[in-house]
Structures are given as C-alpha cells and as structure tokens.
Design a protein around this ligand. Structure first.
Ligand code: LMR
Length: 416
C-alpha cells in the first residue's frame, strides 16, 4: 500500500447506526425484508406517506406563485413561521396577557430537530458553560454526538428499568438529586422518548420540574413528536407547557422538529426556543441576537420550502383541521400495529412478557430483544432493527406483522 501524504490527523469514527442500517436495508434484495430501523412513518404498504395536507399546501403554494419564494429569509428565519412554531409548541391561543408571556421566548429557525439541538447545545456551551449535560440512559444516540461536538461534558441519568421494561423514575430522580450540580443541563424528551417509548406521567413531570427548579438545573427539551405520538398536539406538549407556565422563574429551552409530525423529513424544518425567566425578558433580544451570530457563521439561515408548507397549513383553519386528521391517521396506525405485534406474540406464546409493546408510546418500541437476537433477525429473516432492541413500529404492517412475530418467536426459542 502506498504511503498516504497528508497533514490531516483523522481516524475512522463508527458509522451512525441508524443510517447505516437504513443503507443496508435499502440494498438488501430479500423479498420479505422489513425495516424497523430508522424512525420514519410508513403506510400499511410500507411506503412513505407525504401527508395529504402537505400535498394540498404544496399545490396552494404553486398557485400563490410568490415571487419571493426562493429569496433569503432573515438570519433568524422566516419571521411569521417563528411565531407559528412558538404558538404550536407553547399553546398560545390569543388569550389576554399572552403578549407578556410570549416576551419570554426567543425563537429562531433551525435545520430541523438535529439543528435545533445542535444550535442550543452550541449556544449554551458558549454562553452558559454548563459543567455537565445529563442525558437519559438510553437516549437518541445523536444527543451524545451533538453535545460532544459542543464540548460539554456528558453524564447519564438512569431512565430504563430493564427487568420491568419500564421508566425508572426513582433512578432518574435520585441520580439527579444526588449528583447534578447547579447550572447543569438536563436533556428531556418532550414526549415519545426515543428509544424507549416510555414517558413520565404528569405527576412525574411535575416532580421533575420541581427538582429542576430546586436544584437550579436547566431543562432542555427535545420535542420531535408533537402530535405524532398521541394524535393530540396539546397532549404531546403537556410537559413543555407545564414547565414553561408553572415554573416562570426558571430558564429553559426547546428544540422543535417538524420532521415527523408533518412528514417533512428531508426538508429540515425546525425551531429553537429559548425561554427567559419572567424577570429577565429584557434578555430575550440579546439571546436571539447571539443565536443569529451562530446561525450566520454556520449556515446563514434555515431552509425555506419546508417552513412555507408548515406556515401554509397552520395559518389556515381548514388545513390545520386536515393536519390534525393526518396526525390521527399516523398515530392510530402505530397503535394498531403495536397491538397486532403484541397479539401475535401472545398467540405464539413467545417466551417473555410483551405488554410493554402496547404500553410504550410513539414511534419506537424498546422490545427487550438482545443484540444477539437482533443480529439473528437480520441474518435469518432480513428484519432490521437497532442493536439496542429499538424497533420502529411504523415499519410493521398487516402484511408483515405475522412474519415479524414468527421471526422473533424463532430467534428467542432457538437461541444458542
Ligand atoms: C430516529 O431516531 O430513527 C430518527 O429520529 C431519525 C434520526 O435522525 O436519527
């Protein structure tokens, strides 16, 4: 091998598991292959689903023929979109006194949810210098990467109780109580926790908010599934709104994605919201100004097309109602497929307990399958899921659920 002549100092980093799996699935010629890897919505035919409301909005945008549609936006993004995104997240409904409350929130457009998490991490790393960011164990793997790149030390709090396949509320609380320091960031999944599908209940959220306030921790919400998880945008925003409305003396932030709830995965639509406490609203503009400095240096401004679609939908009563319908379609199909997989495994008397599949919430199920079983599913049955046992339920359909359940049954019974 010839010697490589370079000034670079690079060594390979592990490929991103989710997208590597997606690539492997795409080139697998097996006729019964099943993708339970990447979190994207699929129809019962296994096809992508451009939302009907999005298709309507796209047609209307063509008719509008806006001369400015390919122009630059402001650095903070498409200004009307920013207000719309904020109102969706925080639930403002034109009530009296809202302007004062809105003054606590500085919003900028981002490159979808990853971009919002990244921008938030970078901003806090520069301007708050948190000693530690606390991530749930487990969490979306990209959270580790994002905070690592921002240079913030990372620790994890217990989240998943493997023996009972349930949310480890006590573990989370006692670890944050005893180990987290004033000024630390706590990353929280607003709903549909990725990868476990296990969320705190409302009482537990109240306790988490109290803990953050008392210990002066900074809550950082990642909201990637608003409306997609339960079918209700209100329900899925409950935790964010509770923290914001009931802890007005606390600062917090939210990374908001429109990838799943509008099916706009490749359009990269998102927003980052920084909430000042009620005594510091005068800080809001300087926060936005500093966020804009980071945005300008990194990508100048967020992309336009996807946010025009969201804006079109959420500024029309009729289209908003259609969108709520589409959310129902997606969330109901996922719930139906959870039930179908559960029923098949029970019917087959597959060793183990499977109630967690119907109890978990949102796109993913943390199945409890071991890495070895996951490998066997891929090797023998061409069924793809993450080695943690996370399965994207949306990859299941009426046509493949029996095949998947039988495969799971087989790899569990015939281990070794
Ligand atoms: C996932 O977790 O599969 C999705 O959120 C896609 C991604 O960006 O990782």
């Amino acid at each position: 091998m010839s010697k490589i002549d370079t000034r670079l100092n690079v060594s390979p980093v592990p490929p991103d598991e989710i997208f590597a799996l997606n690539g492997a699935y795409a080139v697998d010629p097996h006729p019964q292959k099943v993708s339970l890897g990447v979190g994207v919505y699929r129809t019962d035919d296994g096809k992508p689903w451009p939302l009907p409301v999005v298709q309507k909005a796209e047609k209307e945008l063509v008719v509008d023929d806006d001369l400015f549609r390919h122009e630059y936006t402001a650095i903070e993004g498409d200004v009307p979109f920013l207000g719309i995104a904020r109102d969706l997240m925080f639930g403002f409904e034109g009530k009296q006194g809202e302007e004062e409350v809105k003054a606590r929130i500085g919003t900028v457009q981002t490159v979808a949810g990853t971009g919002a998490n990244h921008l938030g991490a970078l901003f806090l790393a520069h301007h708050m210098k948190p000693p530690t960011v606390w991530l749930s164990n487990p969490s979306w793997a990209n959270h580790q990467t994002i905070w690592e790149l921002a240079g913030v030390p990372r620790k994890t709090y217990p989240y998943y109780h493997a023996a009972t396949r349930s949310f480890d509320f006590e573990g989370m609380m006692s670890s944050l109580e005893s180990e987290a320091q004033e000024g630390d960031v706590v990353l929280l999944h607003a709903c549909a926790h990725n990868p476990t599908g296990l969320d705190p209940n409302k009482e537990q959220w109240v306790a988490i908010a109290d803990l953050c306030e008392r210990k002066k921790l900074f809550p950082f919400f990642d909201s990637a599934y608003q409306g997609f998880a339960s079918g209700s945008v209100e329900e899925d925003a409950w935790a964010v709104r509770y923290f914001f409305n009931n802890k007005p003396d606390m600062e917090m932030c939210v990374a908001q994605s429109f990838s799943k709830n509008f099916g706009l995965y490749g359009q990269r639509v998102g927003a980052f919201h920084y909430c000042t406490n009620r005594a510091s609203t005068s800080l809001r503009d300087v926060v936005v100004n500093n966020l804009c400095h980071l945005i300008r240096g990194e990508f100048s401004m967020g992309p336009r097309v996807g946010c025009s679609i969201v804006k079109k939908v959420l500024t029309s009563e009729e289209l908003t109602a259609d969108w709520h319908q589409d959310l129902q379609v997606m969330s109901s199909r996922i719930k139906t497929m959870r039930k179908a997989l559960y029923s098949e495994l029970v019917r087959l008397q597959t060793p183990g307990t499977w109630e967690h599949i119907i109890e978990q919430n949102g796109m993913f199920s943390y199945t409890g399958l071991t890495p070895k079983q996951v490998y066997a599913l891929k090797d023998k049955y061409h069924i793809y899921l993450l080695k943690s046992g996370r399965a994207s339920i949306s990859g299941l359909s009426q046509k493949n659920v029996t095949y998947v359940a039988q495969a799971i049954d087989d790899v569990i019974r015939n281990e070794n």
